[in-house]
Structures are given as structure tokens and as C-alpha cells.
Design a protein around this ligand. Structure first.
Ligand code: PEP
Length: 252
């Protein structure tokens, strides 16, 4: 069976109105190259660009997501600086990234992450839920325990619909550093996560992605990890040329 491979572009705090050209180039590539059937492309630009990108890129070939959501569980109201689930949906997002380590570093704890996940699910936004250990946790050999704890503190056992949840394993020590874990390391992590999800959440095949310094050069090697269903890509997703090449190299 051919499974869908996700290529999710996390633009972080980058991009402007001209960046639509990058997305258009990706779209044109897939319009011309119809052999790439089993893939899902999702762009997560900063929220101020979502509406204009969605209006211009009206195509089923590309989907959009936000990088954050308010933890306040109402559609509108006196909450300065907040964007509700309804607002995100109105602006074109079908997905939302929650729990990214860069956001956690600024102001997000796991109680908040859980609230945001539940609000998103209730509002039919699909979630890209990020987990990952830092370097000192890795060096202590506690990566798996850290990941399990992050999952248990964020995902309510009886509430989660795994059709609407994508898990992105992003070791913090790999994000933006150019350092990528070995396939052995990753194999062990994903095998254990799969087992854990089955035991705790009764789900057989959760969608699990890898994120952290994915490039045109390492994507083919990372693609050999049987349990992953794609990639969350930061830096290398900003330019259409490298983003397209990552996808080409994966399917080569
Ligand atoms: C990310 O921050 O989600 C990410 C994977 O970044 P990078 O690819 O730049 O390491």
C-alpha cells in the first residue's frame, strides 16, 4: 500500500507578501509533475499571510496551516493579541502547529498545549503536534521518557481523534543545527512511540513525522525509516527550489 507522505513547511517568523511566488512555484511543479501522487503538501506561513496565500493558491494540491492558536476557547471577544480557532479557519488554515519547541521556549507549557489541542480538535483543525527532547535529556539517555511524558501531558487518552493528529518528532538538538540523528536512533524512537501509542491510546498507526535539519542531502536517508510518514521542514522550506528538491529526492 502506498502511504501518504507529508511535507510540511514551517516558515516560522519568515516571509512576506512576495513569498507567494515560492508557493506558486511549488504548485506549478506539482501541476506539471503528476507522478508525485502520494504526498501531502502543507505550508504554515505566519498567520498574517494565510488569507492572501489561500486566496491566490486555490488548489487541492497545497494546503495551509497556522503556527499557533489561542488557548482561549471562544470564537471572538476582548482578548488582545489572540487568534481563535474560528479566525484561523476563516483565514484559510486547515492545520495548526502546536507544541513547537521554539514556542515552548517563549511561553508555552504542556497544560497550555493540551488546551490548544482540545480546542483545535473541537473546531476541526488538524493538529501538527511537536514533541522532542533537548540535548542534555538525550545525553542522559532519557529521550523516550521525555517524549512519553510530553505526549501524556498533552493528549487526553479518550479525546483524541488520531485521524486529525499528526505527531512531529523534532529533537530540539537537531532543529536548525544541521545535526541529524542516525537512522538507528530514529528507528528506536519511532518503534517505541508506535508501541506506546498502541498501548496507551489504542491506535495502531499514528501519523508520525520527523523534523530537524531536513535537507535535500539527508532526506533520502531519513526516508528509509519505515515508520515515518514525512517531514516537518523549517529552513529548507523557505525557498521553493530546496523544498521541491527535498520532495524529488525523497521519491527518487
Ligand atoms: C522546525 O523548526 O520545525 C524545523 C524542523 O526546523 P529546521 O528544519 O530548520 O531544523
Amino acid at each position: 500500500m502506498n502511504k501518504t507522505i507529508y511535507f510540511i513547511a514551517n516558515w516560522k517568523m519568515n516571509g512576506n507578501h512576495n513569498s507567494i511566488n515560492e508557493i506558486e512555484r511549488v504548485l506549478n511543479f506539482f501541476k506539471k509533475n503528476t507522478i508525485y501522487k502520494f504526498k501531502k503538501i502543507i505550508f504554515c506561513p505566519p498567520s498574517n499571510l494565510l488569507t492572501s496565500f489561500r486566496i491566490k493558491i486555490k488548489s487541492k494540491l497545497i494546503d495551509f496551516g497556522a503556527q499557533d492558536i489561542s488557548k482561549i476557547n471562544v470564537n471572538n471577544g476582548p482578548y488582545t493579541g489572540q487568534l481563535s480557532a474560528k479566525m484561523l479557519k476563516d483565514s484559510g488554515a486547515n492545520y495548526v502547529i502546536i507544541g513547537h519547541s521554539e514556542k515552548r521556549l517563549i511561553d508555552e507549557d504542556f497544560k497550555t498545549i493540551k488546551e490548544k489541542i482540545n480546542i483545535s480538535l473541537k473546531n476541526k483543525l488538524k493538529i501538527i503536534f511537536c514533541i522532542g527532547e533537548n540535548l542534555s535529556q538525550k545525553n542522559k539517555g532519557s529521550s523516550l521518557n521525555v517524549l512519553k511524558k510530553q505526549i501524556l501531558s498533552s493528549l487526553d487518552v479518550n479525546k483524541i481523534n488520531f485521524n486529525n493528529l499528526i505527531i512531529a518528532y523534532e529533537p530540539i538538538w537537531s532543529i536548525g543545527t544541521g545535526i541529524v540523528p542516525t537512522n538507528n536512533y530514529l528507528d528506536k524512537i519511532y518503534r517505541n512511540l508506535k508501541k506506546f501509542f498502541k498501548e496507551k491510546y489504542k491506535v495502531n498507526s499514528p501519523i508520525m513525522l520527523y523534523g530537524g535539519s531536513v535537507t535535500t542531502d539527508n532526506v533520502a536517508t531519513l526516508g528509509k525509516i519505515g515508520l515515518i510518514s514525512g517531514f516537518l521542514i523549517g529552513g529548507a522550506s523557505l525557498k521553493s527550489t530546496s523544498f521541491i528538491k527535498i520532495i524529488k529526492n525523497y521519491f527518487k
